[in-house]
Structure formats: C-alpha cells, structure tokens
Design a protein. Sequence first.
Length: 228
Amino acid sequence: MKPLEVKNVNKFYNDFIALKNINFFVDEGEIFGIIGPNGAGKSTLIKIITSAIKPTSGKVFIFGKDNVQRSIVSKFFGVVFQEVNLDSKLTVKENLFFHSILYDFSSRKANELINYFSEKFNFKKYLDFKIEKISGGTKRMVELARELFHNPKILILDEPTVGLDINSRQNFWKFVLELNEKNKITIILTSHHIDEIKLCSRILYLQNGEIAFIGKSEEFLTSYYGKN
C-alpha cells in the first residue's frame, strides 16, 4: 500500500486554477521531490496533502485512507514548513514539551524524547534558550526533532533549508538522510536547491498548477532543469 496517493486533484479559486488534474503516488521509503517556480502550486498541493485545505475535487489517500480524517494526518505526518513555526518567546524545551501534549505523552515520555533528540541533533545546550536567541540552523533541528516525536511514517520538508548557511544545510541533511536510510521514513521535499533535488529518486515538476514533468530526478536534471 502506497504511503501517499493523489488522485485527480483540482483546486480552483473562482476563475483561478491553482491546481489542475494532479495525479501521482509516493513509494514507501522514497525521497520524492515536488518542485516548480514560485506560484506553480507547490504550497497549495502540500496544504491539500496535509488536509490544511480541501481540494475542489479529487482525493488524497494516506496508506489507503482518505486524508480528510484529521487523525490520519496527525498520526502519519511530520511537517517542517518553510517559515519557522516555533513560539519565539518560549524556550526550546517549552516548545517541545508543548508539542508533546498534543499527542498526550506523559511528562516522563516527553522528557525522554526531549533528552534523546536534543542529544541526537546537538541542541541540548540550548534547551533553556528562548527560540528568538538561537540560530536558524538550530531552529531547524528543533523543528525536525519536534516533528519526529510521534514517529511519523511520512516527513514533509517544505523548503526546509531556506536561509541556512552551508554548514547548517549539510548538518540538516545528514540527519534527514540517516532517518530515511535507517527508519525507511518516506520524505516529500520541496526545494530550489539543485543539490537537494539530486537527493530525490523522483521529481514532480509543477508549472501553472499542472504537472509539467514527473519521473526520475536524473532525467529531470539532464533534460529539463534550467530549460523552463
């Protein structure tokens, strides 16, 4: 059973066509890229996949189940958005602890997870720092850790390394690729960085709300990238 299947999805805003006839699937353990120019429909598609908005028509299935069930999305997805989605006035630990409450973890379980991920992702010394006082790279690691608390099967990374320096980007991807290899977690990536696109096994390229290309990343990079 596929982790994700998108079938005949359309999204219209009055006369504006945001997405038209979108069909694709993602295999288990795959790193799948969704790319395209600004305004192509990437963010709209991600929002539909995660049930943040509803399609005008069509369906999205998560392991065979309709994603309109919010519990399905919460169970299977971890999402790192392009914009930092942490409370800047709270500490790192407070942000992580608050998130654990959403999954009804006990205080003991929450603290175990916080200790484990802060050591694994190397931000333990920042646990008592307010989010506004830490670097962009550290914020990304905190967000990644937070989205892994419930052991998701699908990790969506929406332009996750925008604004990060080269070292922070490399560290971020080191951990993500380790997750993919060891835990077989399925990754859906949106990015403008060619080195990140190369990490994907397949690419879906959106243009004006429609699929302009879908196939192997090496085929896209050799015959399509830079020509549109």
